[in-house]
Design a protein around this ligand. Structure first.
Ligand code: FE
Ligand code: FE
Length: 164
């Protein structure tokens, strides 16, 4: 398929993100189940709800553009989730597993932050402020989640894993 404008590239990248969010919707419950630290479990459950909303927000943008969000598979998210699955299959002490889960989740969040930052900027550049605003809302939530994970890691989970 030929992509001959930034507008079309934006649409393609948002399709990629729509796939990423939907894949994550299936992975997060498994991560929440695997987490032992109650705050980490809660963080995954909260972000699951946000993630469902991220997919809805993209759907909203596509509705507005009169286009379909489906038809693309995010290979990057597939790979990150695959790595996460491998990690969860390892025989690990609870605290160590929590530290591992945070590392998986932060790789995912950083991928999303990079992607949403890019599409938000493209939307601004082509003058689609409404889309840019919606993408920014999601970007803010991804950033907040990433920060929370860092706090959980630094305040207790990594420390407990180091002592395990
Ligand atoms: Fe998301
Ligand atoms: Fe996220």
């Amino acid at each position: 398929m030929e992509i001959d404008s930034l507008q079309e590239l934006l649409v393609e990248e948002m399709r990629d993100l729509y796939s990423a969010e939907n894949q994550l919707t299936k992975a997060l419950p498994k991560m929440a189940k695997k987490a032992s630290n109650p705050q980490l479990k809660k963080a995954f459950e909260t972000h699951l709800k946000e993630t469902e909303n991220h997919a809805k927000r993209l759907q909203q943008i596509f509705d507005k553009l009169g286009k379909k969000p489906t038809g693309k598979k995010c290979a990057a998210m597939e790979g990150l989730i695959e790595e996460g699955k491998e990690m969860m299959g390892e025989d690990m002490e609870e605290d160590t597993m929590d530290a591992a889960l945070i590392s998986v989740a932060q790789k995912v969040e950083h991928y999303e932050i990079a992607s949403y930052g890019t599409v938000r900027t493209w939307a601004q550049l082509i003058g689609d402020d409404q889309t840019a605003k919606l993408l920014q809302q999601t970007l803010d939530e991804e950033g907040k989640t990433d920060k929370l994970l860092t706090e959980l890691a630094e305040s207790s989970i990594n420390v407990e894993a180091a002592q395990a």
